[in-house]
Design a protein around this ligand. Sequence first.
Ligand code: NAD
Length: 481
Amino acid sequence: MVDITVAFGDGIGPEIMEATLFILKEARANLNIEAIELGQKFYEKGVSTGIPPYAWDSLRRTKVLLKAPITTPQGGGYKSLNVTIRKTLGLYANVRPCRSYHPFVNGLHPMMDLVIVRENEEDLYSGIEYRQSPDTYHAIKLITRSGSERIIRYAYEYAMQNGRRKVTCMSKDNIMKMCDGAFHEIFDTVGKEYPSLEKEHFIIDIGAARIASRPDRFDVIVTENLYGDIISDIAAEVSGSVGLAGSSNVGDDFAMFEAIHGSAPDIAGRNIANPSGLLNGAIMMLVHLGQNDTATTIANAWFRTIEDGMHTADIYNKNISKAEMGTKEFAESVVARLGEEPYKFKKARFHEASAKADAAKPMPVSVHTGNKILVGVDVFIGWNGPGLAELAAIADEASGDEASLALISSKGLKVWPMEADEQTPASDTFRCRFGSNTDRLDASYPPALMARLAEAGLDVLKAEYLFEFDGALGYTLSQGE
Ligand code: NAD
């Protein structure tokens, strides 16, 4: 028996979890279930994460969580339980298959069958945000080469092991040349190790549009955290089956499986919710645990149930469906079909390779070991003064012999020095860029500069160091620089 932790969740969570566990039990899944409580109840008791200590103990022991959706309370002070679990357990890969069940479930794209592999720990989800001034907020988009390489390798491996033929990378490297540029570059570099796979890159905006209009042209998509969050909802929506898709969150040591939808409080307690999303998450879990035969049996019985028109209210259509089922009755219909196979859908057949692809493994990481030198510093200054010439004069005076004020920018646009007819964008925060007067600066220069700027009466907000890595700029130029 394999121990797993099970959280029944909020809203429709308990109903769909009971239905799912019933099917797992009847299919003789080799599981020993340790139930925990998470979510709303604990948020209301003042546990800001929604996760009590005993739940962590269970998770650390079993290393596998099957989780029903949780209601996240609105308003400040509460942390998203999902983000906390993903980060604490190092669940770096979020895998979301989205496919059509045409002609048995109405959807916009009958041929759609894609998998989104979303980086799960980095990007704007690092949650590092600041208010710098009355007018200005900053959020840090954090991308590492090691994290990017790990998720990109995961996507290539997933494609290989699951018989997929193409991997598409989506990024915004035309704008975010460093963060997204690195992600795209690593995708190209690692891709050389997978010659049999087709590779392509889409800028995320047109990529998202194409998922909505022509999802059948995609196979496996790998992307950063925020883009992945958005495009997986688009993909689920156009597949016509938000209630049908499951997802896995996988790391080196832990894994979490769930439905992609939320706790649907509007239909909770009425025995009408579709348990299929959670069931599909549970099938991914069985594959992860190496219980391929049971996963195959359940998946085929579920396909057959859908083909036979046994549909819950969310997918019921009087022209296609044969019967409108409640949550419990739907689960009973799946159990009644255990051992049967679909007649139209491709039969599921999970095998060792599927499990191997799903089991995360330590990845080699490409980290910089070359020559890194400090060549300048950007200091962010709050300034509501009369004109930038005065700010520039004060900053230049404070710069000392080692470096000089090169420019001042606002919202990334150079505003000093500037031509007389150019407009200064309205803002109360300015970035002063100081460049070294020699080939490098000493590490003691930035703090000393900041102290001098503060002594000169400036509102010093923060500094970013400007490095070169083997002669390549480790920072972007301002527009107009
Ligand atoms: P939702 O996914 O819960 O519901 C959206 C719509 O889809 C509703 O009309 C709902 O009735 C329907 N729906 C969802 N799942 C269904 C199912 N299995 N069967 C039939 N119909 C279904 O999204 P929401 O209303 O925006 O969010 C509700 C709560 O869920 C919020 O508190 C949100 O924070 C939380 N949430 C949790 C998770 C999670 O735990 N992984 C994910 C998303 C949202």
